[in-house]
Design a protein around this ligand. Sequence first.
Ligand code: GLA
Ligand code: ZN
Length: 653
Amino acid sequence: MIFGVDYYPEHWDRSEWENQARLMREGGFNTVRMGEFAWKLFEKNEGEFDFSLLDDAIAVLAGYGIKVILGTPTAAPPKWLVNKYDILQRDKYGRKKGWGARRESCANNPDYIAKSKIIVEKMAEHYKDNPNVIAWQIDNEFGCHASTRCYCEHCRKRFGEWLSKKYASIDDMNKKWGNVFWSLDYDSFDDVILPAYNSCESIHGDTWSHNPALDLEFRRFSSDSWVDYQKMQIDILRKHTDKPITHNLMGHFSDISAYDLSADLDFVSWDNYPDNQWGDSEYEYVSMAHENMRGAKNKNFIVMEQQSGACGWDIMGSTPRPNQLRLWTYQAVAHGAEGMVYFRFRTALFGMEQYWYGVLDHDGMPRRRFYELKKTGEELKKLEKYIVNAENKYDALIVKSYDNAWGHDIKRHAKNYNYENHLYDFYKANVDLNITTAVSHESYSKYKVVYMPAYNIVEDSELDEIKSYVENGGNLVLTFRSGTRDEYNRVRPLALPGVFKEIAGIEAVEFDALRTSVEICGEVNGTAKIWCDIIEPDTAKTIASYNGEYYKGKAAVTMNSYGKGTVYYVGCDLDKGGMEQLVKLISENAGIEIIEAPAGVEIIKRDGYRIVLNHTENAVNTGIKGKSLISDTDFDGTLEGYGVEFVEQGGHI
Ligand code: GLA
Ligand code: ZN
């Protein structure tokens, strides 16, 4: 199993390398990821290639048994490249992005593509036979620093071409987009604009008053542009090597489709920083990020950058508490990680990330965090058979759709509405009831319950699969703002909830985008703060009703038998308590086992054992007893602060 660190030999004097490699071996680290920002080092001037520093570093590491995941360096173009070629992105206002950080290049810029091809080809030729290079990482965090969408002329031209392949003719596109509205019909694909700064900006703030079809297609195109750019690099590597190829994705990040990006990769990896300068994450949020990444390919993944110290670019985030690095490692493992790489080995003395602490502090001395990881690595080795190729026993699925993430971002429905938060509310309620829950977008029949929150853009072709899941006995959960749009982001000429009206057995006759809050009561009790659909059940049964406003007494949550299955329709948002009651009711009806453990305890189900995590700093009685697979002794249920157990059979008491 990969147990490694992110390492930048170019940040250290060569005289330090030997000692650093020795320390890595002492810590049990067997892999480093490196190279991903070193373009200038590899190509000092255009066409002058020199890999000697990396060669020497790889050789030193190899002397200590440490292997390398090699990054292609295209996330950080050197100055000579931007001086000679205009490869920089343009923002919505047409302003050129500045050089001086990273991720400033345009995926559709022909010069950037040409220069990327050359450096990747040179690296592939140079390292293809190096036995110490075990895998490749393409670039680094596509889309990071708001770099997914570029508004330059190259992007505009390519967008027109992309559209011309998708639509039969310009008239066909005009019709599907409804360009007759505000006289927006185009005469040719060359004319199509990008949804950039326009006359309506000042009135509508961040909604730019562009045709929603244009906006959605541009988001799809921009996502595809990075997928294509990545594919270009994969194809080059593939000519020379069959070593596995990955890219480091970003968990919850939604600007680029993780499904499309990972389809071309051998495995997914991602970067996990639970507590940093920008805030501390709830543990459920981190678990969901892992599940997003596992669900991207429906396959185990590795964490390519795992937080290993306090993290900040200027102000510091929380320092990981004793045992917390170990806990985060097991949390990743519990959600499908089968390799861990910690960012970074030694904290940088210079550059933007001087305060992004790694395993070692600035002085390079091993301390608490180093020894905690060393111990964790030793344990992981013993547990390898529970990690590599291990599978969770998933009961529920949250469907994440990138089309819908984009669609809901384009039209936000209500002031405080957010698609990702809505998905997270359902995930969190499931995890808080210790229901092992996946996040993905396919194979519905594997799950007892499928949550399809706010599935608003629905392609006609998807409907059959959704219906047949229910007909064959599945439990589908739909929510407000669903089923009303087609793939061109047009509203369908249907009553709410659009294409789901029949299977939900209801009609939402009116709705209320809330300015205040409304109580819900019945089998589920709670409060709505964002949205209320006013439901007239047809064949459905009412589970909860509104207790306020002019729609007092009207249905808020319903349940409908359809074929052999059930469709729930949740017409409103719910507070934490209400959401938990709802998920409990749905899960119990579906025959899913619920484990009510103390707050902060997470339990993940696997065949024959359970992984138990204590995300709090205090000892707790988890209520799970059995044989510990970590220590081979009896586990009485009590976990220390940030403690972890793998409990055989895991009988619930
Ligand atoms: C990201 C990047 C790293 C580094 C860390 C810390 O995950 O991939 O290069 O910048 O953040 O900021
Ligand atoms: Zn561009």
